[in-house]
Ligand binder design. Structure first.
Ligand SMILES: O=P(O)(O)OC[C@H]1O[C@](O)(CO)[C@@H](O)[C@@H]1O
Ligand SMILES: O=C[C@H](O)[C@H](O)COP(=O)(O)O
Length: 948
């Protein structure tokens, strides 16, 4: 008789420790059932990893599953696994029926990631039990300390459990106890236990592998040949001895009054199952762990190779109860040799959890890769050319992140991923796209459309304005919906320009502020509320306003008082710069008629790609973040963003995210936005380039330069968006990347400690103005007809020493000459942000870049205060700042207060400058007098002179 089949004559069931889709589908499992009498199947994460990761037989099923809808990688895997397990269970069902439910089981393991979490293990086991929905299923739960109560609970719920990762006799007793108490509870509640089955998977070969290693070490240390021989005699014996003694415990535990009571109700004993019975040491018989453990009421689950070997040359005998005393002796001898079996088994549990988690990482990586391939038409592409040193660093960190489960911990809100400060309180952005109430936004959009507004204006700063601005600039105006504008300035001219470009009677104002306490949105609201009141009547003005704010803010109260048409609430667990995929970005988008259902559907694909179940090497957000963070640590801290025409404004949003999140504690990344691409010679070795465009946009000259940069050894990341509707994917990718980069840099990416300092100074200045009617006097270092120059004493002394004297050119020359390798020069202009002024600043900055080979920033105040301002003050001390202020041709009053827009802007510039100099930054302020256009021209000439 076939030796495998003959095992049943000894009361032992053979199960197969293997599963794969084709194997079941092609009838191979059925064959083994018929010819070998196989009575069950076990799976584990390594088995699925081999099946799915190393073959293409799951490609088509993955494709089919995704056709029915994208889903997280873990769900995708589970879908495949559940199908496989159901197929196997169906093939085994006749065995189960034939044996009256005593055998014919198939086992599916809960995620190894949950091995230390009782609650999560219970929840997952319950879910799998329901999903597989087969009587002959066993859910595998590990015999870890947190696993034990889960086992008891699940048995008590009538779920059949296979206890895995069981190595020690002592733990086995606890496992049996959990089973018995679970059954007792089930029976006490009136349940019929006859349908509950359980096996305790006692691992065998891994014990020998671990014990033999320690025995070999002892042999090497021993001098006495008889001692060496005694030790050698223990090799390959410990695992079987341990298993034999466990069986003796089984006999004790499943007999006697307690058990008889349960048995009388129809309960089945929890059989011992010999697991890990494939021989690992080639010196041992390939059927060792089958031949030595044959006995009644047991199971042996064997890998295919062991099954074949036993069929070929296995010898049968009732071995399990043979020489039990010898088994005890082997373990005594081991203990006497100074080797603790308890220590070995404790280590094996830990190691077993890790091995299965490693396998799951590989498995999820493989599934993630296949998912991304199937979805490639809908997922933005990211390609990184990092060069060898940064590339290696990223590879190493990728493995560190995987091994320490950081992406899962990040999603679990574990603040130790960062500095352990309060990062856990700021992670609402992870789930905000999924939580968006699309129907409500659609209803809102419908109402906006119904009111035939011509314009919609967002009044907000930083996170409350930059996301909406990207949307306003990226999406063309939608017929029937208002044109979306954003106002984020206190510059009087800019406020006037906005007023002139809209139709006050038909404009919807979206007042956006998370805190509600930010000066700019409040004064902008006061101004336009008054204008609208004048235009359509004070009683109706409120209906033209909506608020977007966090619950409980002062803006919420004002909105209620002034009868705003609606207030949308933000999530206080999301910081401003992370809020674009929450009401702060989505309300303006809805108002402008952007198809949010499509936008969010596309976004969710990236959210899933960056999910907790996508290991770091397949996770685009983690990859970008590691590259950015590690580049920063290597001194390539100028993240240079090159956005194509169609998404030209994206960099303005990314700037705030990167700068405000990372630039603090003297560390961080400095975003460089809007610099047109130059030749490789224009750049120092402090750059990290990110090129972002939509598919189909190409510019040969730009691409040539980019390739040259890559060839010159600069890291270049290329992101190709599928379409503008995929912008949400980039918002999320960058949010994740910056969170990851923050971890690498060792900072809290969710606070902005240095912005507050400038706000305080500004408040002091405006308070003084409200009291006295003027801002405190200040003394320029020089004054010419065209400009006054200001700085603090320290900067002035240094610049004078470097040759600054009586004219602007000399001050500029001395100041710009202070920028050296790895520095950046930032032009901070408190003037209207319009195309002409953007062009003038661009002209100046590019001249500085090309002459001094430094990175440059061209920013407008007060807008940048809520964006890059944090990094300028709190980030690395590599900035050389040229603040540009000017006389306002015409000021503009703010209703209800003395300080006008012009005064507020002046106070903001001075507050900002004060903090820069307080922090010992290299800063100079040029105040242009008279006509601004001529002033800027003059400054441009002075800068060109200074550079020559
Ligand atoms: O939405 P709020 O509270 O008005 O804040 C606007 C911006 O100001 C900042 O707090 C910086 O001052 C940013 O982080 C934020 O996006
Ligand atoms: O239930 C089965 C176990 O997961 C399996 O037998 C472990 O075997 P291994 O030690 O060969 O990995």
């Amino acid at each position: 008789m076939n030796p495998v089949k003959a095992l049943e004559n000894h009361g032992q069931a053979v199960w197969l420790d293997f599963l794969a889709r084709g194997f079941v589908a092609k009838g191979d499992l059925k064959k083994l059932i018929d010819t070998d009498g196989v009575k069950g199947v076990t799976s584990n994460p390594s088995i699925f990893e081999k099946a799915i990761g190393s073959s293409d037989e799951y490609d088509a099923p993955i494709g089919q599953a995704l056709k029915r809808g994208d889903r997280p990688v873990s769900e995708l895997f589970e879908h495949l696994a559940v199908e496989d397990i159901q197929h196997a269970a169906d093939v085994l069902r006749p065995v189960y029926d034939h044996l009256g439910g005593h055998d014919g089981f198939v086992s599916l393991e809960v995620s190894p990631y949950l091995a230390m979490d009782t609650k999560a293990t219970i929840a997952e086991a319950e879910r799998l039990w329901k999903e597989v929905d087969r009587k002959n299923l066993m859910v595998k739960v590990p015999a870890t300390t947190p696993g034990l109560p889960a086992i008891q609970q699940l048995i008590g719920e009538g779920i059949s459990i296979n206890i895995t990762l069981l190595f020690s006799q002592k733990v086995y007793v606890k496992v049996a106890e959990a089973y018995l108490s679970g059954l007792e509870k089930y029976v006490a509640e009136g349940g019929d236990p006859s349908h509950i089955a359980s096996v305790a998977s006692f691992f065998v070969s891994r014990i020998d592998t671990a014990a033999d290693k320690l025995i070999d070490e002892k042999i090497a240390q021993a001098n006495d040949p008889t001692e060496k021989e005694r030790l050698a005699g223990l090799k390959g014996k410990v695992a079987v001895a341990n298993a034999k003694l466990a069986y003796q415990e089984y006999k004790r535990l499943f007999s006697g009054a307690r058990w008889d009571k349960l048995a009388a109700k129809g309960a089945k004993p929890q059989r011992l199952l010999w697991a890990s019975t494939g021989t690992k040491n080639k010196d041992y018989s390939d059927v060792l762990y089958v031949e030595e453990l044959i006995g009644p009421n047991t199971v042996n689950t064997v890998p295919p190779a062991t099954l074949d070997a036993f069929r070929d040359h296995g010898k049968l005998r009732d071995s399990l109860e043979e020489n039990v005393e010898d088994a005890r002796h082997v373990l005594d001898e081991l203990e006497k040799s100074g080797i603790s079996l308890d220590a070995i088994t404790a280590e094996l549990v830990k190691d077993g959890v890790k091995q299965f988690a490693d396998a799951a990482d590989k498995l999820y990586g493989a599934v993630a890769h296949k998912r991304a391939t199937v979805l490639s038409a809908g997922l933005d592409r990211q390609q990184m050319a990092l060069g060898s040193s940064l590339g290696k660093a990223v590879e190493k960190s990728t493995e560190d992140w995987r091994a320490s489960a950081k992406i899962r911990r990040l999603w679990q809100h574990d603040k130790s991923v960062w500095t352990g400060d309060d990062e856990n309180k700021w992670l609402g952005w992870l789930t905000s796209p999924a939580a968006a109430d699309i129907a409500d936004y659609e209803d809102f959009a419908h109402r906006v459309k119904g009111q035939s507004f011509t314009d919609a204006v967002v009044l907000g700063m930083g996170g409350s304005s930059l996301g909406p601005e990207v949307l306003a600039q990226t999406f063309p105006k939608k017929a029937g919906f208002p044109k979306l504008h954003v106002l984020d300035s206190t510059d009087p001219a800019q406020v006037r320009t906005m007023q002139a470009s809209i139709n006050l009677a038909d404009t919807l104002f979206i007042v956006s502020s998370k805190s509600g306490g930010t000066t700019e949105p409040n004064v902008m609201k006061d101004y336009f509320f008054e204008r609208v009141s004048e235009t359509i009547g004070a009683d109706k003005a409120g209906y033209r306003f909506i608020a977007v704010t966090d619950p409980g803010s002062s803006l919420q109260k004002v909105a209620a008082k002034q009868d705003f048409a609606r207030t949308f609430y933000g999530d206080p667990a999301i910081g401003g710069r992370y809020s674009v995929l929450s009401p702060f970005g989505l309300v303006p988008a809805a108002a402008a008629g952007v198809d949010l259902r499509t936008l969010l559907t596309h976004t969710m694909a990236m959210v899933r790609s960056c999910g907790p179940d996508v290991p770091p090497h397949e996770n685009p957000g983690v990859q970008l973040g590691l590259a950015m963070g590690l580049a920063g640590l290597e001194g390539r801290d100028k993240v240079t963003i090159l956005s194509s025409k169609k998404i030209a404004d994206f960099g303005a949003w990314a700037e705030q995210l990167i700068a405000e999140s990372t630039g603090k504690d003297g560390k961080g990344l400095v975003p460089i936005d809007g610099e047109t691409l130059g030749d490789a010679a224009s750049y120092g070795n402090d750059r990290f380039f990110i090129d972002i465009r939509t598919e189909g946009e190409s510019d040969a000259a730009h691409d040539g330069k980019l390739a040259a940069l890559e060839n010159a050894g600069h890291p270049v990341v290329r992101i190709v968006m599928k379409s503008i509707e995929h912008i949400g994917q980039e918002f999320f990718r960058f949010e994740m990347a910056v969170a990851v980069a923050g971890s690498v840099l060792g900072i809290n990416p969710f606070n902005q400690p240095d912005v507050e300092a400038a706000k305080i100074k500004t408040r002091e200045l405006t308070a003084a103005f409200e009291k006295t009617g003027s801002l405190p006097k200040e003394q320029p270092v020089i004054s010419t007809d065209a400009a006054d120059i200001y700085t603090d004493e320290k900067n002035a002394a240094a610049l004078r020493q470097a040759g600054a004297d009586g004219d602007l050119d000399s001050w500029l020359k001395a100041h710009l000459a202070r920028s050296g390798a790895d520095d950046y020069v930032a032009l901070l202009a408190y003037i209207e942000r319009n195309a002409t002024h953007i062009d003038s600043l661009q002209h100046m900055r590019l001249a500085v870049r090309d002459k001094r080979h430094v990175a440059t920033c061209a920013e407008f105040g007060p807008r940048f205060l809520h964006s890059t301002g944090q990094a300028y003050k709190g980030g690395p001390d590599s900035g050389v700042f040229l603040q540009i202020t000017a006389d306002d041709a015409r000021d503009l009053a703010v209703p209800g207060q003395k300080a006008s827009f012009g005064i507020i802007k002046a106070a903001q510039a001075r507050g900002d400058f004060g903090v820069l100099t307080e922090r010992n930054r290299r800063a100079l302020r040029v105040h242009l007098k008279g006509d601004l256009a001529s002033g800027l021209k003059m400054l441009d000439t002075a800068i060109q002179n200074a550079l020559n």
